[in-house]
Design a protein around this ligand. Structure first.
Ligand code: F6P
Length: 377
């Protein structure tokens, strides 16, 4: 079958996640099968703007990628080319739409399609480019698992495994010292990573952004455990969790530009540990898992998922199906329009606001409750 594309480019954008290189590998290998040349823009949309790209070659720069963490073509998480923050020589700040420059680069370089590997922000720009005539295919990456229209992003499974390993370890030291152990995990405004790792690790409490918490409920759980002779409790808290009638805990407010998520979350774990100590009289400690959740080698599951994502992405391009996100739904690979991913009518250049959070009727929540896990409500 004649491929509809001959020369394509890949970019990886936003925070990295395990499996990025495995997706690149799968795209390039499938491209070889169908006679498609692959290139990579360096550092995400920044490389697209600067027209900085390399040829991806399976015998040199793109070899041995299945297990490699990070991304061989780099990433950028503060480049919204539709509304880019530019600082003039006199220090004044201007916001510019530089997307036309990117589109010209793609045309001049002769790329028939752009693969955008990234989370919600990346897919928002991908959709914005697709509206301006660029053939885009998105691949959903993030350890947060919060991209709309797909059941699982690549990188998520690895992050869950890292968090579960931490819970296993925290449990034994918690038991030894009769402590309340609070583990803060990532996930932004979605609780997938916290809830699934809490279930897999056998934690006693999971606090997630979708269910504003009441610490009195957590104290009840701690006391119930004490009555059963269990003088320790493991609490997993998502960085985006917030108290009932309260707000999320912000570590830093950045000013990196418009249409970007400038909020760095963090600190809720410490806050909860202090409050629980005060309320119960028990000793507590906090562990903030941080970037180990997204660094390093992907799990076997993520290697397979990433390979499926990459092959599917290239096959869509070969078939001439563009402006879609490759998705994984009900155990099958498919695709969905980028417009559906960002939400119909989303404004070009604006931030993405269509995150996939845990629905209140999700099976995982019921499983947690049936197991007696406290969800803070
Ligand atoms: O989206 C992935 C993620 O790791 C979040 O879980 C976390 O809040 C954020 O990125 C941290 O991003 P940064 O790399 O900007 O510190």
């Amino acid at each position: 079958m004649e491929s509809k594309v001959k020369k394509v480019a890949i970019l990886t954008n936003g925070g990295d996640a395990p499996g990025l290189n495995a997706v690149i590998r799968a795209i390039v290998k499938t491209g070889r099968t169908y006679g498609v040349e692959c290139y990579g823009f360096i550092e995400g949309y920044r490389g697209l703007l600067d027209n900085n790209f390399v040829k991806l070659d399976l015998s040199t720069n793109a070899k041995d990628l299945i297990s490699k963490g990070g991304t061989i073509i780099g990433t950028s998480n503060n480049t919204n080319v539709f509304n880019l923050k530019c600082v003039n020589e006199d220090g004044s700040v201007e916001y510019k739409d530089l997307s036309e420059q990117c589109i010209q680069n793609i045309k001049n370089d002769g790329f028939d399609c752009l693969f955008t590997l990234g989370g919600d922000g990346t897919q928002k720009s991908s959709r914005d480019f697709s509206l301006r005539g660029v053939n885009c295919i998105g691949v959903p990456k993030t350890i947060d698992n919060d991209v709309a229209c797909t059941d699982m992003t690549f990188g998520y499974n690895t992050a869950v495994s890292v968090a579960v390993d931490a819970i296993d370890r925290l449990k034994t030291t918690a038991e030894a010292h009769h402590r309340i152990m609070v583990l803060e995990v990532m996930g932004r405004y979605a609780g997938w990573l916290a809830l699934e790792s809490a279930i897999a690790g056998g934690a006693d409490v999971a606090l997630i952004p979708e269910i504003p918490y009441d610490l009195n409920k957590v104290v009840e759980k701690i006391n119930e455990r004490k009555e059963m002779g269990r003088n320790y409790t493991v609490v997993v808290v998502s960085e985006g969790a917030k108290p009932k009638d309260g707000t999320i805990t912000i570590k830093r407010q950045l000013d990196e530009g418009k249409g970007l998520d400038n909020i760095r979350l963090g600190g809720v774990g410490e806050k909860i540990a202090d409050e629980l100590s005060e309320m119960t009289g028990s000793d507590s400690r906090t562990t903030v898992l941080g970037y180990v959740q997204r660094g390093g080698t992907p799990s076997a599951f993520d290697r397979v998922l990433s390979t499926k994502y990459g092959t599917k992405a290239m096959k869509l391009a070969v078939d001439g199906i563009f402006n879609v996100l490759v998705n994984y739904k009900d155990g099958k690979m498919g695709y969905v329009s980028l417009e559906d991913v960002v939400g119909a009518g989303a404004v070009v250049g604006a931030a993405s606001s269509n995150n996939r959070t845990i629905p209140m009727d999700d099976e995982l929540l019921q499983v947690a409750r049936d197991m007696g896990m406290c969800l803070g409500d």
